[in-house]
Each structure stands twice: as C-alpha cells, then as structure tokens.
Design a protein around this ligand. Structure first.
Ligand SMILES: NC(=O)c1ccc[n+]([C@@H]2O[C@H](COP(=O)([O-])OP(=O)(O)OC[C@H]3O[C@@H](n4cnc5c(N)ncnc54)[C@H](OP(=O)(O)O)[C@@H]3O)[C@@H](O)[C@H]2O)c1
Length: 331
C-alpha cells in the first residue's frame, strides 16, 4: 500500500493539521532506468512554511493538492538503474510518499557505516552544513570572540554553538525552555544560555551574559531577539541571517527598530545566508563535520517521531519548540 501527504490549503498565519491531507495512492512500478524507493526518514524543516505561500522565492512554492517534499532518506527496493542496487540508501529532495520511483537524479548515496541514516538529514545533512558554512563564510568566529546563537538547542543552532567552541569562542545560546538551556550547556558546551520566553528584557540579558559585547550573531529566529542582540554588537560584528522562524507565521511582516545606524556606527556586517549557494563545498564540509563527530568534538540530538502519518504534526511542532536537535520522522 502506498500513501502520500498533500498540501490541502495554503495556511494564513499558523498552519494546522487541516492544511494537510493523507491519501492512499497506487504503488508505482519503476521503468527502465528508474529505481523504486521506500521512504525511511523524512526531514521536517521550518523553511517549508515559506513554500506553503504562493510566492516566488529561492525555491518554488508547493502546489495545492500535490505532495509536499523535503529531504528524505530512502532505501532502494528495486533497481532498473545501472548506478543503484537494491539495499542502497540514498538522500535527496523527495516527495512525502511511502513509495516513489526516481530516475536516480539529484540523489546522494549515503554511507550507513559512517553514521546512522537519519544523521544525513541533520548533522551530516543540510542543517549541519548550514551551521558550518554560514560560520565559515559570514560569521568567521575567532579565538576569544563572543558568539551568540538563537534557536540554540535546534538542529542548526546546536551545531553552530559547538563549532563556535571548536573555534575558541565564548558561546551564549538563546532557547525557549530552562531544560533546553541546561541541556545546551551540559551537552554542547555553551558557556551561558538565556530563556527568551521567561526573560523580560532580552537586551539587558544579552548585555549581562556578553560583558565583552557580541562579535558574531548566528540568527535563526529574527524578530525581537535579533533587535535585542543588535543593541549589543561590537565593532566589526558579523550577523548571520540564517533563519527567522519567529516571523514565519506572521500575516504581516512586523517592523522593528531601524538598524542602519547601528550597522554604520559598528562597521558591522549583516548578511543573509542560503546553504544551497554553497553546494560545491558540501563534500568537503561533510568530511570535516564527520571528522569532528568521530573525534567526539561534535555531538548531536535528534527528535525522532515515528510514523509517516505523523509528518504534518512533526512539522507543526517545530513552531512550538517541541524538538531538541533535528526533528525527523521515522517511517
Ligand atoms: N538559510 C539556510 O540555508 C537555512 C538552512 C536550514 C535552516 N535554516 C533556518 O534556521 C533556523 C533553524 O532551523 P532548524 O532546522 O535548525 O530548526 P530547529 O531550530 O531545529 O527547530 C525550530 C526551533 O525554533 C524555535 N522557535 C519556534 N518558534 C519560535 C519563535 N516564535 N521564536 C523563537 N524561536 C522559535 C524552537 O525552539 P525554542 O524552544 O528555542 O523556541 C524550535 O525548536 C530556521 O529559521 C530555519 O528556517 C536556514
């Protein structure tokens, strides 16, 4: 039996389960030159919210009543393709279906001896690469500098903080529960943490936790947290606009303080980052991330949700902070 998850409605504001539909579909038969893939793990990611809007972006919007897609780890269960054999594991941008055929294009074979399959959706996948490449190209953290990371207990943030420690920074994390704050200090080596949900004055809290100011800000959330960090940046600070989850569900984009004066006064750099701009570096970046992992310099968390039908709920739970580390659905 085969199933697919479709986008039923374009959400306005916060998405809900009513925006998705799970349907039964036929089991496909691979033609010559094709493979049959069985989905094993599905990555749910905050950026998928943007693709639910009918707006042109760096990636096309989802179509209504068509399957959603994201990064998926799948097993080849039938092959009519010279480069793939039964039992191979691959990762790639694939549809939310239990079974699907593929021409073998834009798929990466993954080494399940090096790391477990789900790791290729997180630490050795796009979120690990995002942390690594955004710091390499924009953050450029140096020894003894102060790095602040928001979404600090999430998939990108937990890796960004640890890379900051590897580079010799003092690292301060911002996250949404006290448990997450304790966890990022104990497991990932963050020096301090701030719970943005229970802190009244974020600007003051950042000043207190960063007595030498902020040299690098790895921003995963945008909005008021970004505003508060900007009031604490040092000369020549680098601000990575990686994500803005705090405003993804807003019906109208909120306005904040004007930042141009601060950027000029501090000669600071604020730059948007897209991991897909650095595809040619993925291989070398994964090598270094895998090396750090093997040496015990990097650790990672996964929140694994079981069951294909749970994929929409797992996606919605990202906006409630229910995950620590990479949110993945195990099929
Ligand atoms: N630019 C790129 O190429 C690229 C690539 C990958 C990801 N990203 C972006 O990076 C960010 C992190 O992605 P991820 O995959 O690692 O997700 P994630 O951090 O693992 O999960 C999302 C987390 O965001 C936090 N959150 C939810 N609503 C929030 C709000 N209103 N304000 C502040 N925090 C909120 C929650 O943690 P708390 O409990 O702490 O609230 C939640 O656990 C996202 O903004 C994503 O779009 C960008």
């Amino acid at each position: 039996m085969n199933k697919s998850i479709l986008l039923k409605n374009r959400p306005t504001g916060k998405p809900s389960l009513l925006d998705f539909e799970i349907t039964k579909i036929d089991e496909p038969t691979p033609k010559n030159g094709e493979i049959l893939l069985a989905t094993k793990y599905i990555s749910v990611d905050p950026y998928l919210r943007g693709r639910m809007r009918d707006e042109e972006s760096y990636i096309p919007p989802f179509k209504l009543n068509k399957p959603l897609e994201s990064m998926v780890v799948a097993e080849v269960i039938k092959s009519n393709h010279d480069n793939f054999k039964e039992g191979d594991f691959v990762s790639g941008m694939l549809e939310w279906k239990l079974l699907q055929t593929n021409k073998g294009e834009n798929l990466n074979k993954i080494d399940t001896n090096l790391a477990k399959p789900s790791a290729y959706l997180g630490i050795l996948g796009l979120t690990g690469l995002t942390a690594y490449l955004a710091l390499k190209h924009i953050g450029k953290p140096k020894n003894n500098e102060t790095l602040v990371v928001s979404g600090a207990a999430g998939a990108v943030g937990s890796i960004a903080g640890q890379i900051g420690k590897i580079k010799g920074c003092r690292v301060i994390g911002i996250a949404g529960t006290d448990n997450k704050i304790n966890h990022i200090k104990e497991k990932f080596g963050y020096d301090e943490g701030i719970n943005y949900k229970t802190t009244d004055n974020m600007q003051e809290a950042i000043a207190k936790n960063c007595p030498d100011g902020v040299d690098v800000y790895f921003d995963n959330v945008g909005g008021e947290t970004l505003d508060a960090v900007m009031m604490n940046i040092n000369r020549f600070a680098r601000i990575i606009n990686c994500g803005a989850i705090s405003i993804y569900n807003e019906k109208e984009i909120p306005t904040g303080p004007r930042l141009e004066g601060i950027l000029i006064k501090k000669s600071a750099l604020m730059q948007g980052f897209l991991v897909r701009n650095h595809v040619e570096e993925f291989e070398s970046a994964i090598k270094e991330l895998a090396g750090w992992l093997k040496d015990g310099k990097l650790k990672y968390d996964e929140t694994i949700i079981k069951g294909f039908e749970e994929t929409p709920q797992a996606f919605l739970d990202l906006f409630e902070g229910k995950n620590t580390g990479k949110m993945v659905v195990e099929v």
